[in-house]
Design a protein around this ligand. Structure first.
Ligand code: GUN
Length: 292
């Protein structure tokens, strides 16, 4: 069994990007910029946005956080998005989700220019992914593929089984792995909660991607020997022995499944950190494609 180290890989990606940005600075060029828009006071969202902004600063990218009151009218948020659509210093726009109930999330996502859609949530980006055009893929699935590639895990012709069908992970990772490209070209099955017997699908997986949001859901008898396991889950479970009273576990029962697997991502320290790194990579890509 080999551990897939997301922390190490994310740090390598940041170093690579920093190197590119240092070169831009030396030649007097503009640098990539990311604006994160945060509405309201959701503590988890505040932490996410702060981390993303810190990541940018660490590698020399321009970064800005726009904080708006929870009660901000939808129209004002749309105007702010439009302002950044036109701003040449910001190549990526991220509107942190979830948004307050009075704001239509889809409408906001659709207002972001697809050229600055570094989250990969815009229907244009999603559509381009499905038809195999180069685009912004959402960051968690992009991070999963990056891990598979960097660990030189064979994907061509392999059976990838995706557990979960969310728009942010399940559907995009299935589409990524289906593409006739390097690091993909897989046979893909998507399964989900409506399956009568999920294990009959998961046992067929050469590569199992678990993204169903249920703690330790995947057990040893649900996988075959030598499986590659990518665990996307981030679940809190009670642990009175810890000062904070909980710990984070994945969707996979690591202790049971790790001995049967050839590669496995831990939680924490696996996919989670890659999401942030891919946001930086997408912002750099937006800069290269559409910036100046
Ligand atoms: N909320 C939780 N995860 C994400 C993410 O990846 N992007 C945005 N915009 N909001 C989120």
């Amino acid at each position: 069994m080999k551990l897939i180290d997301g922390k190490q890989t994310a740090s390598e990606i940041r170093a690579e990007l920093k190197n590119e940005i240092d070169k831009l600075k030396l030649s007097g060029k503009n640098v990539p910029g990311l604006v994160a828009i945060l509405v309201g006071e959701n503590p988890a969202s505040e932490i996410y946005v702060r981390s993303k902004s810190k990541d940018c600063e660490e590698i020399g990218m321009r970064s800005k956080v726009e904080k708006l009151d929870a009660g901000v009218p939808e129209k004002e948020l749309l105007e702010l998005v439009d302002k950044y659509n036109k701003d040449k210093d910001y190549h990526g726009i991220l509107v942190q989700l979830p948004l307050p109930k009075h704001i239509d999330e889809d409408k906001i996502i659709e207002a972001i220019s697809p050229k600055k859609d570094v989250d990969g949530f815009h229907p244009v980006s999603v559509g381009n992914l499905v038809i195999g055009k180069d685009t912004f893929a959402s960051c968690t699935p992009a991070g999963i593929q990056e891990l598979l590639v960097r660990y030189k895990i064979e994907t061509k012709g392999k059976h990838v089984v995706v557990l979960g069908r969310s728009n942010i992970v399940g559907k995009p990772i299935a589409n990524i792995m289906l593409q006739k490209k390097e690091g993909a070209n897989s046979i893909v099955t998507i399964c989900h909660s409506a399956a009568k017997d999920l294990a009959q699908y998961t046992r067929q997986a050469d590569i199992l991607i678990a993204a169903i949001g249920q703690p330790k859901f995947v057990k040893a008898d649900m996988v075959k020997d030598g499986v590659v396991v990518v665990d996307v889950g981030i679940n809190r479970i009670e642990d009175k022995n810890l000062p904070k009273g909980y710990r984070i576990v994945g969707d996979v029962d690591f202790d049971e499944v790790a001995p049967k697997s050839s590669f496995i991502t831990p939680v924490p320290g696996g996919v989670g950190l890659m999401t942030r790194a891919m946001l930086l990579k997408n912002t750099y890509k937006a800069y290269l494609l559409y910036g100046e």
